[in-house]
Write a protein that binds this ligand. Structure first.
Ligand code: CAP
Ligand code: MG
Length: 460
């Protein structure tokens, strides 16, 4: 039986940490029923294991290690919320891996815990400024597309996720960009690879060939429509050198953006791409997040990932979609994340649930991306919830249109126009001579868009 004594040294309820010299982490935590640890020793175990301690007092402990030890300073047992202050001296400024190892590392494996979720993080200026922040930010993206700051950016995800040849991929992207009537109502602004699409030579989709062909089609779409278009190739690779090589290839071929699956590849790859400073918009996909987090008892709330994405320096990031679509998340949780991406300083919406403030010390705002099950009919409720400064990505909602990709892309464009004109899409469709719009309204209207899991805060 482990002694509570060693762990209780890391508990100091009522201590008031200076947010300029500490990283503050809030957790949803409770002790395992079979644990013999007394009182808040199970929280002390988290602070110890995350900073300088272990399960037993050690003779080698010195004053310096004591100075940089984590301290549990707040515990609301009823709501299972605990807060731990980690002194800045514990961290290597600019090293995102080490920061995560501290706040979301070994402690999650402690058998004395029944639940441990990292709910939120607050970094002091000294550590926040050690990262570059977004090169473009939301403003830079809208500027690169040459569109008004108050209108949504429309994106299409190439579907099927994998299996199209480089030529077919480029062709589908072209159709999504030009839409049904290029001169008057063209298609989407951005086309991205899907998160699983990297370089599948077996289906003739070598990354380099795909990028070359798709960027060439992008130029054709820009010439035909007279509008700026962006292609977002997925450069995710476990070999950072190859990921960077792919990003450099995108830049050398006139590309403006890259996507990185930054949860699965790690914030380290995001950091490496940002550090390379290639002048490319960085799009963050969050695949793997759900696998790590949706189990209700252990995980890292998405607010943490999103704050780190902005501080490190991505430009647009999947934030989850509020109570809409097929991977919908709790509305308030998504709204909070969008506020943290957009505002100069994030003020917690619900401190009682562990939400923490975060000044961004001048880091540019990041564009929220919504996706997963969106179509022309979800644009209005989505923009009602999040406003129009949002990037809307649709895969099935474009390529699933009965008349094909061009019609689906144009219907997405029309759905944004309807929002900007404060009219319903149905009203627009009823007056339009374009059959694809009426078809979109009737066809996508058959699918239930209400999320089955509203209210589940944990799932974001
Ligand atoms: C959406 C998507 C995106 C999701 C990720 C998919 O496709 O391409 O990866 O948007 O979810 O693979 O599911 P559909 P989130 O439009 O066809 O659903 O945006 O919540 O991170
Ligand atoms: Mg996808």
């Amino acid at each position: 039986m482990k002694s509570s004594v060693a762990y209780l040294k890391y508990v100091d309820i009522g201590f008031e940490p200076d947010p300029s010299t500490h990283v503050i982490a809030s957790y949803r935590a409770c002790r395992a029923p079979a644990s013999h640890l007394e009182g808040e020793a199970f929280l002390g175990a988290v602070a110890a294991e995350s900073s300088t301690g272990t399960w037993i007092d050690v003779s080698t402990r010195n004053a310096r290690s004591a100075d940089i030890s984590g301290r549990v300073f707040f515990h609301d047992a009823q709501n299972e919320i605990a807060k731990i202050a980690y002194p800045c001296g514990l961290f290597e400024a600019g090293n995102i891996s080490q920061l995560l190892t501290v706040v979301a590392g070994n402690a999650f494996g402690l058998a004395d815990l029944r639940r441990l979720k990292l709910v939120d993080l607050q970094l002091p200026e000294s550590l926040a400024r050690a990262f570059p922040g977004p090169a473009f930010g939301a403003g830079g993206i809208w500027k690169a597309l040459g569109i008004g700051a108050n209108q949504p950016v429309i994106g299409a995800i190439i579907k099927p996720k994998c299996g199209l040849s480089a030529d077919e991929h480029a062709r589908v992207a072209y159709d999504a960009w030009i839409g049904e009537a290029p001169a008057s109502c063209d298609g989407v602004d951005m086309v991205k690879d899907d998160e699983a699409c990297t370089s599948q030579s077996a289906v003739d989709s070598d990354f380099y060939r795909r990028v070359e062909k798709t960027l060439a089609m992008k130029q054709r779409a820009e010439s035909l429509t007279g509008r700026r278009k962006i292609y977002v190739p997925n450069v995710t690779h476990s070999n950072f050198f190859e990921a960077l090589r792919r990003a450099e290839f995108v830049r050398a071929n006139g590309g403006e953006a890259v996507m990185v699956d930054y949860v699965i590849a790690g914030c380290s790859l995001l950091h490496a791409l940002r550090f390379a400073d290639l002048g490319l918009i960085i799009h963050g996909h969050r695949t793997l997040f759900a696998a790590l987090h949706r189990p209700a008892d252990f995980g890292i709330d998405y607010m943490v990932w999103a704050k780190l994405f902005r501080l490190i320096g991505g430009d647009q990031v999947h934030t989850g979609t509020p109570a809409l679509g097929v991977m919908s998340a709790n509305r308030n949780a998504v709204l909070d994340v969008c506020r943290a991406m957009r505002e100069p300083e994030y003020a917690p919406s619900n401190p009682a649930e562990g939400s923490l403030p975060q000044p961004f010390f001048g880091a540019k705002a990041v564009a929220p991306i919504c996706g997963a099950g969106l179509d022309p009919l979800t644009t209005a409720p989505l923009t009602d919830a999040l406003g129009t400064q949002v990037v809307i990505f649709a895969g099935g909602g474009v390529h699933g249109h009965p008349h094909g990709t061009r019609a689906g892309a144009a219907a997405m464009r029309e759905s944004v126009q309807a929002v900007l004109e404060h009219r319903s899409l149905a009203a627009r469709a009823s007056e339009s001579e374009r059959d694809y719009l009426r078809t979109a309204v009737s066809f996508f209207g058959k699918f239930d868009k209400q999320s089955p899991n509203d209210g589940e805060r944990q799932n974001l």
